[in-house]
Design a protein around this ligand. Structure first.
Ligand SMILES: [Zn+2]
Length: 314
């Protein structure tokens, strides 16, 4: 199964997407499942993981609604307020839905470079394992040493690094990003997405050979079992079409054995987010839309019960 491990949806609204500046004007429109479906099919992907773009509970709720309607959305990486004293009830409300697979906070935009290590944030992360949720690290290279300190505290928590921590592809330099990556990669519970690379390069003039050295470091660091392809659509369209974005990584992978390619193109994501298991928790054929509300509720109940069991086993 081929899976795009990182994409976004939005109904564009200037006040909610302030990071979309004038240089990104082409992103100032709606991007919805039907738009993505065409791209996925063209590149032979059967599914995707939708990642939050707004830091609201409404965003998580909305993405889960989209995922209930579009069966190709295999998982949602949502947002909850990890620093909130109310976090447990937020997680209890969302985690009954088997399509919630992970949580992300936009740490790259936080003023505090040591944001990840704040006691309230650490406390929040410590709850995720109980709810069987992964955590997406969205950081810049300067945060890599802090991220290493952070993941060291949670040896059983599943983490995935977004966009290789956004290396300085445009400038062509590798260090100190490379050193930070190699340290973070020593933790076996940290995976890495081969995503978001074209937008870190020169949008107009990038070539695959500008990006390959960064993928080399990711490969050497995380190995073939901890890498997963992601488009970062629609953000990627600033620098390349969906097809060209995927082709970049796919042709890079073609130097490796078929098994390695298949792992990075889907199997690793499937295993990391336990997507197959979650699909099974939804009665009825999950290859189709979950049109039957009764089935959805039964699926939720079965999943909640499994999560409760998992908790009791601890
Ligand atoms: Zn993204």
């Amino acid at each position: 199964m081929r899976i795009d491990a990182h994409q976004h949806f939005w109904v564009y609204d200037q006040s909610e997407y302030v990071w979309i500046n004038d240089s990104m004007a082409s992103l100032r429109r709606d991007f919805l499942p039907n738009d993505l479906k065409i791209e996925l099919e063209r590149k032979g992907f059967q599914g995707s993981v939708a990642v939050q773009a707004r830091q609201t509970l409404e965003e998580t709720r909305w993405l889960l609604e989209l995922a209930a309607e579009a069966s190709f959305i295999l998982g949602v990486v949502g947002w909850v307020d990890l620093r909130s004293s109310n976090l447990r009830s937020q997680l209890e409300a969302f985690a009954v839905n088997p399509k919630l697979v992970g949580i992300r906070h936009i740490v790259q935009s936080e003023a505090n470079d040591r944001f990840l290590l704040q006691p309230e944030f650490l406390q929040g992360i410590s709850l995720l394992e109980e709810f069987d949720l992964a955590y997406d690290l969205l950081i810049y290279p300067k945060h890599l040493p802090v991220a290493t300190e952070f993941v060291r505290r949670f040896p059983r928590q599943r983490f995935v690094l977004d966009h290789l921590a956004k290396p300085p592809i445009k400038s062509g330099s590798l260090r100190p990003w490379e050193r930070g990556m190699r340290e973070l990669g020593t933790f076996p519970n940290v995976f890495c997405k081969l995503s978001g690379l074209v937008t870190e390069a020169d949008w107009q003039n990038w070539k695959p050979e500008h990006i390959a050295p960064y993928m080399d470091v990711a490969f050497e660091t995380f190995g073939p079992r901890r890498l997963m392809i992601g488009s970062d659509w629609p953000v990627c369209t600033l620098a390349a079409s969906y097809t060209r974005t995927i082709d970049l990584v796919e042709s890079y992978l073609s130097q490796h054995a078929t098994e390695v390619q298949e792992a990075a193109l889907g199997r690793n994501a499937q295993q990391f987010w336990k997507l197959e298991m979650r699909q099974k928790q939804l009665p009825g054929d999950s290859q189709h839309t979950f049109g039957n509300g009764k089935n959805e509720r039964e699926g939720d109940a079965a999943h909640a019960s499994r999560r409760r069991c998992a908790r009791n086993e601890k």
